[in-house]
Design a protein around this ligand. Structure first.
Ligand code: MLC
Ligand code: AMP
Length: 425
């Protein structure tokens, strides 16, 4: 059972994933071995270099039961630490084949891969689909707008997939280029047959700017680690800005009210999903697994509406889930870490809307008596404990946190404070 680790994560987060997943061994590229060696020693795990894994002649894949666990991806939820989402071979096959079919992958395809491999967008939609189709996958070790534009111009690419923040960064690089260069950049996009956006809401303004630059109407789709992809605009025909399309092959969806009753078109409700792509369990968390299903339907926590036959996402039920740069992060997990700082007496973490990141992670702090702390100090401390995208990039120091009559922090009021005071990164 493979559990991808992210090189972006500081040792503490990697050690958590290794321990929680009960890893039996670590496989590592030589470039990363110096970072993994101390962790492997501490956990008493064998460390295998990727060169050793590749030393064999190719041999046929072993026969495995489709119901066997294949992969665990760690995802943040409404409860503290990230949970391991277990997908079986059958789940992955369903996820990959539905996208191969819907987006017409072929061995002639060549995708530019710029996404992290510890999440479903990068590992299933881009890499898994390319491998299944026998297509070519061209990797950038990390996304930068300059490198991506270079590849778009120099490689015979046919496909590109990214989160909205990446399109925002590509647009900014195009706008900063001199006119002749811009023309070359725009022309380079003509050879691609499909450009996809997902993992967070694609603002209509971004879709329109990208259309003007590249000539492509981005195909927006909706998915989640637990379910793979569920809804997608169509490959052929009109793609509606602001909408995520209709159910993909084999996916069943419902919209329900608070009581779990089905809603008619036009009425917003919570999205439930069922089908062979839906994960099997949260690793070693049977209670949380049970809570996330209702009568066999996975409860997504996303609110959507159907208008003129297409689905539109309206937001999340929980204010404690933040989507930043396409990454899902848990406000509670970040609060737990911030509270371990000796200067922090109380804190509330919220997502604040942002044109580049979708949302920014914002921390309202009540400092302990006599203590002082600025954003820079908080960030450099936070980067030792948390992945960079989880570290707050906005901060407010308050005398007290806004609370309701029950004494519970009111997150909408915290968000409002950030909006009013416009505290920048
Ligand atoms: C990084 N920085 C941020 C940030 N992330 N600041 C605010 N908010 C964030 N989220 C800061 C860094 O600390 C650093 O600042 C500076 O930005 C540059 O950092 P970086 O690491 O170089 O950033 P960059 O590589 O440009 O990251 C942007 C990105 C990345 C868009 C490439 O966020 C990314 O790869 N996102 C994709 C995530 C993804 O694949 N999600 C899919 C989940 S699956 P400083 O000052 O510290 O130097 C899913 C299901 C589905 O959602 O439907 O697909
Ligand atoms: P993750 O748990 O990281 O897999 O993120 C899944 C979440 O990303 C979903 O529950 C949605 O909230 C969000 N998401 C994915 N695609 C879209 C989209 N096209 N529009 C809005 N939200 C999206």
């Amino acid at each position: 059972v493979a559990v991808p680790l992210s090189e972006l994560h500081p040792p503490e987060e990697m050690a958590y994933v290794m321990a929680d997943s009960q890893a039996g061994q670590l496989a590592v590229h030589p470039d990363f071995a110096p970072r993994l060696e101390p962790l492997a020693r501490e956990a008493d795990l064998p460390l295998t270099g990727s060169a050793a894994l590749m030393a064999h002649e190719p041999y046929p894949l072993p026969a495995v039961e489709a119901s066997r666990r294949a992969m665990i991806l760690y995802t943040s939820g409404t409860t503290g630490k990230p949970k391991g989402v277990v997908s079986t071979h059958a789940n992955l096959e369903a996820q990959v084949t539905m996208l191969n079919q819907a987006w017409a992958w072929s061995p002639e395809d060549r995708i530019l891969h710029v996404l992290p491999l510890h999440h479903v967008h990068g590992i299933v939609n881009a890499l898994g689909c390319a491998l299944y189709a026998g297509a070519c996958c061209e990797f950038l070790p990390r996304f930068t707008a300059e490198e991506a534009w270079r590849c778009l111009q120099e490689s015979p690419l046919t496909l590109f997939m990214a989160v909205p923040t990446i399109y925002v960064k590509l647009i900014a690089a195009w706008e900063a280029a001199p006119p002749q260069e811009r023309e070359r950049m725009s022309q380079a996009c003509a050879k691609l047959r499909l450009m996809v956006s997902g993992s967070a809401a694609l603002p209509v303004s971004v879709l329109e700017k990208w259309q003007a630059i590249s000539g492509h109407t981005l195909l927006e789709r909706y998915g989640m680690t637990e379910i793979g992809m569920a809804l997608s605009n169509h490959l052929e025909g009109r793609r509606r800005a602001g909408f995520v399309g209709t159910p993909l092959p084999t996916v069943q969806v419902r919209l329900v009210d608070e009581a779990g009753r089905d809603l008619p078109p036009g009425e917003p409700g919570e999205l439930l999903v069922k089908g062979p792509a839906v994960f099997s369990e949260y690793w070693q968390r049977p209670e949380e697994t049970a809570k996330s299903f209702r009568d066999g339907w996975f409860v997504t926590g996303d609110v959507a509406v159907v208008q003129d036959g297409a689905w539109r996402l309206l937001g999340r039920k929980s204010a404690d889930i933040i989507k930043t740069g396409g990454y899902k992060v848990s406000a509670l997990e970040i609060e737990d870490v911030l509270l371990t700082h000796p200067a922090v007496a109380e804190c509330a973490v919220v997502g604040v809307e942002d044109p580049e990141w979708g949302e920014r992670v914002a921390a309202a702090l009540v400092l302990a008596p006599g203590q002082e702390m600025g954003l820079e100090a908080l960030r450099s401390w936070g980067k030792e404990k948390l992945a960079p995208y989880k570290v707050p990039s906005l901060m407010l120091a308050l005398d007290e946190l806004p609370r309701n009559a029950m004494g519970k922090v009111t997150k909408p009021a915290v968000k409002k404070l950030f909006a009013e005071r416009g505290v920048g990164a």
